[in-house]
Design a protein. Structure first.
Length: 396
């Protein structure tokens, strides 16, 4: 071999090396998921726990060898419980971080604002938001929701309200995407149970007082109030209802009336308040795992994001690709009722590698979805405030 030939071969090898290196890096680069959760704002009490569980599930999958021989990397952003902040964070996750899935959007307003960015860029969106309008968007299958939609939630909540003897219900609701849907369904359920809704007032959560809204509600002489609120404004509403001398039944959603709210108010202010929430599957091994991470009484959202990460990882393994399109195409098959029941991606990855189908059932319950991405069904938990603490009424 001549000096010239040797020099040419050396040069070609040097030029090829970066390309080979890039190829190698591409194959071993981490699979990126974006955690878009409310670290601040009205949803701030829930976001930190959600991110903790998201990261813990990714760590568990990575310890088991990862997916397609690659690690999962979680990139966390705060949506501030604000649509504008959520859109800015989602753009960064999609355009800069190149995530294949966004996990954990909480407020319906944030999810509605972020969703178009996801389907336009073919990024899978996993959400815990409940507004019916979300899965009615033209999302082309790029939304999966583990939170029961407003219709399913309100059906069960309305039945509970009627079963507890309410006949005339007035709704005081925050200005949210789901307020109208909830009131419409509540009206239908109360009518079917022999009761009625007698009005709704929508309030601006930025106000420091809701006394005029309360006066409007009490003039209608309800025997029950449905307080469709977030935690900060529910705190104000409960104080003002107490001062107004209201002694009727009070119902609300558990994400607003959490244990911290009960601790922050005098026991007499919250006495008799009934809270309602989708219930995790408390008998599931996955639920017990979440308990080990966040404590004995996990909220529904940490349970649902646990399932989001597992679903995304298993969908990627099944598809053999880490793109949002691959997750889109495979995620519904991860809850295949005919498959082997698994409670974690670590289990499911072994099952898929053996050429078998999986039936993933998570901390939130069975993960089976309708064609538009809604969870098919789940259990619900009802509690009542007594002497400043919650007492469980039922899980059904």
């Amino acid at each position: 071999m001549t000096f010239q030939t040797t020099r040419r071969a050396t040069l070609l090898g040097a030029l090829a090396a970066p390309a080979l290196l890039r190829s190698s890096l591409g194959q071993s680069a981490p699979i990126r998921f974006g955690a878009l959760t409310p670290q601040t704002g009205a949803g701030g009490p829930y976001g930190p726990g959600m991110v903790k569980v998201i990261r813990a599930v990714a760590d568990e999958i990575n310890a088991a060898g990862g997916v397609l021989g690659r690690k999962i990397e979680i990139i966390s952003e705060d949506d501030q419980t604000s649509p504008d902040a959520g859109v800015r964070a989602a753009r960064k996750l999609i355009d800069v971080d190149k995530v294949s899935a966004i996990i954990g959007t909480w407020a319906s307003g944030v999810t509605s604002a972020v969703a178009p960015l996801c389907w336009e860029n073919k990024v899978m969106l996993f959400t815990v938001s409940g507004a019916d309008s979300i899965t009615k968007l033209p999302h082309q299958g790029f939304i999966i929701r583990t939170q029961p939609n407003s219709f399913l939630q309100t059906t069960r909540f309305g039945q509970q309200i009627a079963d507890m003897g309410a006949k005339k219900v007035f709704s005081i609701a925050a200005q949210t995407p789901f307020a109208a849907d909830v009131y419409t369904r509540l009206t239908e359920v109360m009518k079917a149970r022999g009761g009625e809704t007698i009005g709704q007032v929508i309030y601006d959560a930025s106000k420091s007082s809701f006394r005029s809204e309360i006066d409007t509600a009490l003039k209608a002489k309800p025997d029950a109030l449905f307080l469709n609120s977030y935690t900060p404004d529910l705190t104000v509403l409960l104080r003002e209802l107490f001062r107004a001398g209201y002694e009727g039944k009070k119902f609300t959603l558990a994400y607003a009336a959490n244990a911290k709210l009960l601790e922050s108010l005098p026991a007499e202010v919250v006495e008799g308040l009934v809270s309602m929430a989708p219930s995790p599957d408390i008998d599931s091994p996955a639920y017990k795992k979440v308990q080990s991470l966040v404590g004995p009484d996990p909220d529904p959202y940490v349970c649902q994001v646990h399932d989001h990460v597992n679903l995304a990882a298993l969908a990627i393994a099944k598809a053999g690709s880490d793109t949002g399109v691959a997750i889109h195409d495979s995620v519904r098959a991860i809850g295949n009722a005919a498959g082997a029941k698994v409670y974690s991606a670590a289990e499911g990855l072994k099952t898929l590698a053996a050429g078998k189908e999986v039936n993933f059932e998570g901390a939130s319950g069975p993960c089976k979805f309708t064609p538009i991405g809604d969870i098919e069904n789940c259990k619900f938990r009802f509690e009542v405030a007594e002497k400043g603490k919650y007492r469980l009424l039922s899980v059904s």
